[in-house]
Ligand binder design. Structure first.
Ligand code: ARG
Length: 561
């Protein structure tokens, strides 16, 4: 509504920008002063007239606007009274006429790559990786909604000296049976053993280095063991993706760039960016107050950054991205700042489209969560535990619910995702089961429950014929709900500009709360059909937006709960 007032003012005044007008338009303290007020004092300088006179002239110039019942001058203010019925109609029409409400075409013809999840092979998929997976998935959906072509990239951590260590450890203390049986846990435990033994016998490190060099040179035995570890790990990662219903367009991990790094290193040399220090090749970043970016080690082997630089060049050449986003923990901030700088120094203007999307840590409120080994939180365990808890709640409260198992999964997973996305990324996430599973809190289950409530209303009402009386929607609760509905597009845009899915999560709560107030205040299934269908139509719209908003977060909605 404010936007429409601002539009009117923009058309009818001179000397103030849209942003300035947005700042100036206020909500008056008393309803008799209208819904919006515009102070004309700033215009006094432009027009060289007294503010009340400007207000009077402006009122005449504006005349009748379709969404206003009247415009009044009070001193130096122009007060706007919104015609509520017309405004309700405007919002409903706006919704009805758009094919995919909240979507836009701003991204048409542009590609965004999102590098997320990217777990490390032979290491467990822990809760940190769960965060990047959830955040990246939501960002992908948000950009898709805005018309971008999005490439979902899982930059698997499947290359590096650690694989040399793993091969040595496997050959010395591992067995095919144990790895086959326990998968990543077994790989992790022989990896730990390697470090313990290498303390006593440092020559093991030389063996490990030699094995990794073999890998880099394409040695068959080395690669076949590595490949097997990769398959074993992927099987476990896929289980998590299946639970979450997540897919990727590319699983090109670090190993994919093994044969693409040499030309990049050559290019860095040609551009005069490489300095040799202690046998290692580095890009000196002292001028930018950063430690050097390591390109190759003394023994010639590549590093994490080398592979990231090569991957960025590859992605730019392959996908021609406008932006490439990297969703990782905050602790990698420096790593990204360093190699983004290297790309800039290479003279590539598209470095501006490289964005690191950091997030905070995950912790447990009470240490009660069952962990398999040590104190590592496995993503899969957390998800399964959440589903199990919802199963128990359903068994107790609603044992006759149809399709219980699907509902338990949708709600259990929804609760975890929502909890993750409810705050700004950079904030730490706390697992507090009582809080995140609370159906009355600011939670996923609350929004899902609200959705199910709307669905149940719609089942009772049946088809909604277009017989609306917008005067039915002028009460406070209906107006508040319509206001939320009208905000959706703005909210999506805001979330996309800030790379912050939490803006959508907060919106989903606000919309659900406004709906529940409406549901409480305004009876829907009444005899008067005008009232019934006008209200039911608002329920229908709310229901669709709730579903869409939760979908943008990666959460499904059961029709019954
Ligand atoms: N595998 C890394 C980790 O688990 C994350 C990779 C992020 N993506 C990238 N292009 N560096 O910490």
């Amino acid at each position: 509504m404010k936007n429409k007032v601002v539009d009117l003012l923009l058309e009818n005044t001179e000397g103030l920008t849209r942003e300035e007008l947005i700042q100036l338009v206020e909500i008056p303290p008393k309803t008799e002063m209208g819904d919006f007020a515009f102070p004309c004092f700033r215009l006094a300088k432009v027009y060289r007239k007294a503010p009340p006179m400007i207000a009077q002239e402006l009122k005449e110039k504006i005349g009748d606007a379709d969404f206003l019942s009247k415009v009044e001058v009070q001193g130096g203010y122009l007060n706007f009274f919104v015609d509520k019925a017309k405004f309700a109609q405007h919002i409903v029409d706006n919704y009805t006429s758009s094919a995919n409400y909240g979507s836009s075409t701003e991204g048409n013809g542009q590609t965004i790559c999102i590098d997320y999840s990217s777990p490390n092979v032979a290491k467990n998929f822990h809760v940190g990786h769960l965060r990047t997976t959830i955040i990246g998935n939501s960002l992908h959906k948000i950009y898709k909604k805005l018309g971008y072509n999005v490439v979902r990239i899982n930059h698997l951590g499947d290359w590096g000296t650690q694989f040399g260590k793993l091969i040595v450890a496997y050959k010395k203390w591992g067995s095919k049976e144990a790895v086959e049986k326990d998968g990543i846990s077994e790989l992790m435990s022989i990896y730990v053993r390697f470090h313990e033994e290498a303390e006593k016998d440092p020559s093991l490190n030389d063996d490990a280095r030699a094995w990794f060099t073999k890998m880099e040179h394409g040695d068959e035995e080395a690669l076949s063991i590595w490949k097997w570890f990769l398959e074993i790990s992927l099987k476990e990662f896929m289980r998590v993706y299946d639970i979450l219903g997540i897919e990727f367009d590319s699983y090109n991990g670090e190993s994919f760039y093994n044969d693409k790094m040499a030309p990049v290193i050559e290019e860095l040399k040609e551009k005069g960016l490489i300095t040799v220090s202690d046998g290692a090749q580095i890009v000196d970043l002292e001028a930018y107050n950063m430690p050097p970016c390591l390109i190759t080690k003394k023994d010639g082997s590549s590093l994490y950054a080398t592979r990231d630089i090569s991957a960025a060049l590859y992605r730019q050449n392959t996908y021609h991205f406008t932006k490439c986003l990297y969703v990782t923990g905050l602790e990698q901030k420096l790593h990204f700042a360093q190699w983004f700088k290297v790309i800039e120094l290479m003279g590539y203007d598209w470095y501006k489209g490289l964005v690191h999307i950091p997030y905070g840590l995950v912790s447990l409120k009470s240490g009660k969560l069952s962990t398999r080994k040590g104190n590592i939180l496995y993503a899969e365990d957390i998800l399964n535990e959440s589903i199990q808890k919802i199963r128990e709640i359903i068994a107790e409260k609603n044992p006759d619910l149809p399709d219980k198992e699907t509902v338990a999964k949708q709600v259990g997973i929804g609760a975890i995702i929502f909890n993750d996305l409810y705050n700004s990324r950079i904030k730490d996430v706390i697992f507090d089961w009582d809080k995140l599973l609370n159906f009355d809190g600011e939670t996923g289950p609350y929004v899902q429950y609200t959705y199910a409530r709307a669905a149940s209303v719609m089942r009772k009402v049946g088809n909604v014929p277009e017989a609306y009386d917008y005067n039915v929607l002028t009460d406070e609760a209906s107006m508040a709900l319509l206001k939320e509905i009208s905000r959706y597009s703005e909210v999506i845009k805001d979330a996309s500009e800030k790379y912050e899915p939490f803006i959508i999560a907060r919106y989903a709560i606000a919309l659900a709360q406004a709906f529940n107030k409406f549901y409480h205040d305004c009876q829907i299934n009444v005899a008067d059909e005008n009232v019934k269908y006008t209200r039911a139509n608002v329920v229908k719209i709310t229901k669709a937006i709730l579903k869409d908003a939760l979908d943008l977060l990666g959460i499904a909605c059961p029709e019954q709960m």
